[in-house]
Design a protein around this ligand. Structure first.
Ligand code: ADP
Ligand code: ASP
Ligand code: MG
Length: 456
């Protein structure tokens, strides 16, 4: 069994969807389960429609929904038009789901308020629509597919907007629902990004979460491989949109890939690796626009290579510097500081300390004010906004003694707010102003990766 996940750009129009189906068809002997994202741009449109409704403008929100319906309708005509009975039942489902969005949006507009719960219900519909469409399109190609509602398989906690999967009940549901279909040689097609909480609400897994859905499904059925099909040739030495010279990495370990994803390599959702690690399942990142390319294989071992493998950029970072003389020789001070972040449920990415100060980075700022107040009760607090983390990642990343120097040299004239080397030796992270970050990452990439371009 394998899991094949297609991102939004891999299913964005009829031509792309046709090619994605070719990819599934070529792998039908491997008993695939297909997980699809919403068509590129649809989730953003649904988020925008929700925002418009919450502001009271239902008409404008409904225009977005109409456009989404028309887009799916037109792809449906192209891919399943020749089978009128399929087309009719597809259209009925399309009307049902878009009608449901309109109902919720109307309610939101009336009360001019939206809960995360209502928002999740709306934005999950992007994946509901794409998966229904994909499933019908497969059937017209005589591939025996069955649409499976991810709400019946992926069980999560109640944290709307950023739900955590509960693996045990998910495994049970997969055994009941997915495995029998696969045993009957049918190909389940599921929407990524959403599931259902134990109490019964539709939940989403965080933006970009379809990768995570694929990993959850892979772990739940004990797949041999989880394939993430996207729009680039694999995990690369950096984001090719920023650095056209970036090269594909053929083989990388779970921990390196997780670190890269965590520090901004959007090609994989940061939580994707964990479910795969648990069952030792290989992840392969592949290009649906270039299926012949070998992609990147992510495994427990990766390669023996030491030194930097890739460099990532994470924007929208806030640095909190906490200083206090009370820290001198005192114990329990760090615990007090971290308790404040923990109480506010804000994850800290990087930490550096000196004798009297602690600096941390966070990427969520909704709770920044209460955090500042609580810290200010016992220390001086300074906040730097609009920062970015540049993270150079690889096993024993600075094993070559010139690497640190080359990275720092590349930052000539760029002010550095923080610098940290993870104790695992997996990453060298540097915090700089966001406005300097692109220039800085290009320069580091040039000096560290393009000088000796042997990455595989
Ligand atoms: P999908 O819609 O298929 O999930 P995403 O847009 O989420 O695709 O992720 C793919 C994008 O990730 C690429 O187009 C690329 O710009 C970006 N990216 C960032 N860092 C990397 C990296 N190190 N390697 C490859 N792609 C990267
Ligand atoms: N459609 C969702 C998003 O845009 C999930 C995904 O594509 O992975 O965030
Ligand atoms: Mg993605």
């Amino acid at each position: 069994m394998i899991v094949i996940k297609f991102g939004g750009t891999s299913v964005m129009d009829a031509e792309r969807m046709r090619r994605a189906i070719d990819i599934v068809a070529a792998r039908r002997e491997q008993s695939p389960v297909v997980v699809v994202s919403a068509l590129a741009g649809v989730t953003n449109e649904l988020v925008e429609a929700t925002r418009l409704s919450a502001g009271g403008d239902f008409e404008a929100a409904q225009e977005r929904v109409d456009a989404i319906r028309e887009r799916h309708e037109s792809i449906g005509h192209e891919l399943i038009g020749q089978k009128s009975d399929f087309l009719e039942s597809f259209q009925a489902q399309l009307r049902k789901h878009t009608g449901q969005i309109s109902d919720i949006l109307r309610a939101i507009a009336l009360v001019e308020d939206t809960s995360l719960r209502a928002r999740d219900k709306i934005i999950a519909i992007g994946e509901k629509l794409s998966s229904v469409l994909f499933s019908y399109a497969m059937r017209t190609r005589t591939l025996v597919s069955v649409h499976v509602d991810s709400e019946n398989v992926i069980v999560t906690d109640e944290r709307f907007g950023e739900a955590t999967p509960l693996m045990e009940p998910t495994r049970e549901a997969a055994a009941k629902i997915l495995i029998p279909e696969i045993e009957r040689s049918r190909i389940p097609v599921m929407g990524g990004f959403f599931g259902r909480s134990r109490e019964g609400g539709t939940t989403t897994l965080g933006r970009g979460g379809s990768d995570l859905s694929a990993a959850i499904v892979g772990a739940a059925i004990g797949a041999e491989e989880i394939q993430i099909w996207t729009d680039v040739d694999g995990m690369m030495t950096s984001d090719p949109r920023l650095i056209p010279e970036a090269k594909v990495i053929e083989l990388i370990s779970y921990v390196e890939a997780a670190e890269l994803a965590w520090f901004g390599a959007k090609v994989l959702h940061p939580k994707t690796i964990a479910p795969a690690v648990e069952r030792g399942i290989a992840i392969r990142v592949l290009n649906s626009h270039n299926p012949a390319s070998r992609g990147t294989l992510i495994t427990e071992k990766g390669t023996e290579r030491r030194g930097p493998r890739a460099i990532a950029l994470k924007r929208g970072i806030t640095v909190v510097h906490v200083t206090s003389n009370q820290m001198l020789g005192a114990h329990g001070f760090l615990a007090r500081i971290f308790e404040v972040f923990a109480r506010n449920e804000v994850a800290v990415d990087l930490v550096t300390t000196s004798e009297i100060s602690v600096s941390v980075t966070i990427d969520r700022t909704e709770r920044l004010e209460p955090i500042r107040e609580e810290l200010a009760a016992f220390s001086r607090v300074e906040i730097e906004r609009d920062r970015a983390i540049i993270a150079m990642v690889g096993r024993d990343v600075i094993s070559d003694r010139s690497i640190g120097a080359r990275a720092i040299e590349a930052l000539d004239q760029v002010p550095i707010s923080m610098l940290s080397i993870g104790s695992s030796g997996l990453n060298l992270s540097i915090v700089v102003p966001e406005q300097d970050a692109e220039r800085a990452i290009r320069e580091i990439h040039r000096r560290v990766f393009e000088a000796a371009m042997e990455v595989a």
